[in-house]
Design a protein. Sequence first.
Length: 527
Amino acid sequence: YLKLVWRQLQCGKTRLWQRVQAIGAVFAVSKSHGRQREVWDGSTISAMAAKPPAPECLANPSCFVDLMFNPGHEVYMSKRDVHTCFDVLQAPVAIQQWFGRPPVTLHELAQTASVAVDDLQHFVQDSDGKPVGAHEQVFPASTVWPMGFSFSSCVAQAATLSCCREAGISEESFMSLDRPPPALGEACGVATDDTFFFHTDKLLGQQRLERLDAVMAEKGMPKNVSKDVTLEQEMKALGCLISAKTATVEPASEKLVPLFLAWLDVLTKGVASPRGVHRALGVHQWFCLLQRPLFSVFDQIYQFIRTEPAEVQVVMPESIRTEIAVGAFLMPLLGADLSRQFLPKLTASDAAPEFGFGVSYMSCSAAQATVVGFLAERRGDFIKFYLEPGEQEGKDRLGTPHTLPFSKKCFKVAVKARAQWKAHSGSLEAHGLLLALKWLLRSHKHFHHRLVVLVDAKAILGAASKGRTSAPGIRGVVRHIGSLLLATNSLLRLVYVPTEHNPADAPSRGKQVCGRHRIRKQISKRC
């Protein structure tokens, strides 16, 4: 510890204080190639501080799934990594006393560094010019935003974003789940100290990288040259391998293989600690962001990882071993096809307790389906249609409405079916969505596409979009939906539509929709 303090004093990462406001322990975490990373335990001070804002435009593997690699178009990928990012972000002096570490004495430091005590006096920040005794305790405190403090990631994200904006990257180009997917002319993802790009114009990509490198050097954020990727057809980012040649994104093998071996070890021995399982599950869930239906595999394991004491190994219940086994052997599906295009069709589903289920659809262009699909799962976005004379507008809603140039009469009724059982409205809505997918995927021509489905139940939209739910009543339906998507290589894009604008609302209530024949009758005749 004394050697670490001396090294950090020399590079300016810490200074010594006679009095600090808070103290956190220092521990090491392993990195690749046998290296270690020093982390400051800021849990106590983080609990005392205000809740930090969510990092702006934070990218994760889900952002890759939104990318569409069109056939015949070259895609050039690049990446820049800030070298020791958390060691260069200077913290204000006023807050540094809250980043205290276990105390040392100048005498101990002098012996470790083979220097005189007097040579260490200038490292003491609050001495007011008075010498500090050799055996008095002093506290190292970070001069930079330490890894382990709740605000540090937010600050690092903001610093990297500011460099990107100064380099000329437009707001529409940032990849984030809070924003519509960017056009592939230029897409930029930022994850704390990692910045990655997707360009279809090689010259634009080269100019952007040169400008970003210059801005980062000017701001004192040195890049890690060994991790540079410049206009390549393949790239690793966020633990994933993205390939323009195969139009795929999947977990990097060096990340996935150790996870698979860890799960096999747990299944073989049958014992594990809750904390160990928690760590492995965290890695697995990170890659499930590429294929969200696989989230539905896990259920009972969440209760197990909360068991105390967390460090003690216990016998794994059979139900949890089953979940781990299923998750481990479905790992080959942890990947996404980026060549999937939007199916040129809008489908709507609904369910009503007084009658049953309704599914409506309309054909459209692929471009129109893409515009609607890009609104999927975005915060506050919903769609509306032109109302017919006599139709009520409905109540005002929070969020951003997007009016499509169609009316509900443009939709045809595909399914109008009476429910065969009574159930909670949420359960009926989930089965309605499942019914819509079964109808859509009855034809193999609809496989390998991005499917736009309109729903008016936000709870079901959230559960199906995330791929998991804690509600026992719809968990099985969510799993069924996920299995259909996995088996057909389909990507579900759910978009919220208010009930008064839902084309499937009328058939779900048993009402006749004039002028539109029902496809279900035709299917019955063919069968």
